[in-house]
Write a protein that binds this ligand. Sequence first.
Ligand SMILES: Cc1cc2nc3c(=O)[nH]c(=O)nc-3n(C[C@H](O)[C@H](O)[C@H](O)COP(=O)(O)OP(=O)(O)OC[C@H]3O[C@@H](n4cnc5c(N)ncnc54)[C@H](O)[C@@H]3O)c2cc1C
Length: 368
Amino acid sequence: MKVVILGGGIAGLCMGIYLHQHDIEVIVNERQIFSAVGGHAFLMHHDGITVLNELAIESKTPLPGKPVHTFILRDAEGLIQNEKTLEDWQCFKRTDLLACLNQFLPVSRLKNNRVFSHFVYEADQIVAAAFSNGEVEYGDVFIGADGANSIVRQQLFGEVKFEPGKVKEVVGIIQHAGLAESLQGRFTKFQQKDQGLSFGLIPTSATELVWFMQYDPLLADIPEAINIRNSEQYHEQLRQLCFNLLKDFPAEVQEVLGANDFRTSYIWNTRDFDLLPGFHYQNVVLIGDAAHVALPFTSAGTTNAMLDAKTLSHCLLNYPDLPGSFSAYYQLRAESIKAHVNLGRALRDSFLDPTSIGVIPLISNVLK
Ligand SMILES: Cc1cc2nc3c(=O)[nH]c(=O)nc-3n(C[C@H](O)[C@H](O)[C@H](O)COP(=O)(O)OP(=O)(O)OC[C@H]3O[C@@H](n4cnc5c(N)ncnc54)[C@H](O)[C@@H]3O)c2cc1C
């Protein structure tokens, strides 16, 4: 069996490594090198960390990730509203995780600069993937791991109905040894009591922190007309938006904003879609954000992408035929995915509602 994976992000690389470890011929096709799509850094749950340890079993190089042992919820004045011990959560920089996963696959299994374009059919059966550079990869099984805007999904399943998340997020990363040291191991979130506005801070190393601002765009936003990434005007508007919305937040928040290079920050329009009725069509199957997207409040996207890879690998290796393994994969994953989509919406609603203070926006209660 030869497996062709379309998209070499977290889901695609994990899938490729699992199959390679089990001597299945696999090619991971990625449109770029170390894609920066999908956030500067993220929290990962124990289940994702377990997958990473399994993939790294033969590696001697230390794994990335900083343990996060405490979640502290403060109000906009900085007063502690809730504190919770976190078991087995880590913070990863996306580039570090991708670099690490890339190391676990032989170079011959990875093809960069390949933008998936369409499938090649013979007698109504999909036999190859074609790329925009004219190259073609033949295979027996094709895995769509090309993220939330998946072309594979669009071509085989049609357009999904994205639900607007009603919340936007700005993400940034700063160097600040003093703050990073004082916040080691802690995920701190400041949340306004009467409006949908919060600011989160997590150290990613001894000197670096990732921050995010979640906000209700009805409070304030960048005018649609200049909402074009990479323009100077956009970065300046983004800076002003953050400073204006967070002007009453504590001194460390102002300090983080002051240290941030807004040319590397952006606004993320959150969105999700209902669970698909299936994840496969003929010999093509979807994993990760290509298969499902939940709102960011769950902190579950990466862990779910990794669990998809583990589950699908297991099914492909243990079921005698493709339809059986694809159905088993869906059965094993669908319930948990649906719970995350619903949890994301519930957490979003409580974020937009002042009564949200005290809600811990992490996923541990629904991961399976
Ligand atoms: C701002 C932000 C913050 C986030 N925070 C968290 C968090 O705290 N915790 C968490 O768990 N998750 C978080 N997520 C979600 C998480 O990043 C995703 O769920 C996760 O990256 C999904 O992995 P994936 O491999 O399915 O998709 P992706 O990581 O999007 O990878 C898809 C890959 O496919 C490639 N690709 C796309 N189209 C093509 C094509 N046509 N041909 C070839 N290759 C293609 C892309 O370049 C990319 O490398 C966040 C996302 C964002 C945007």
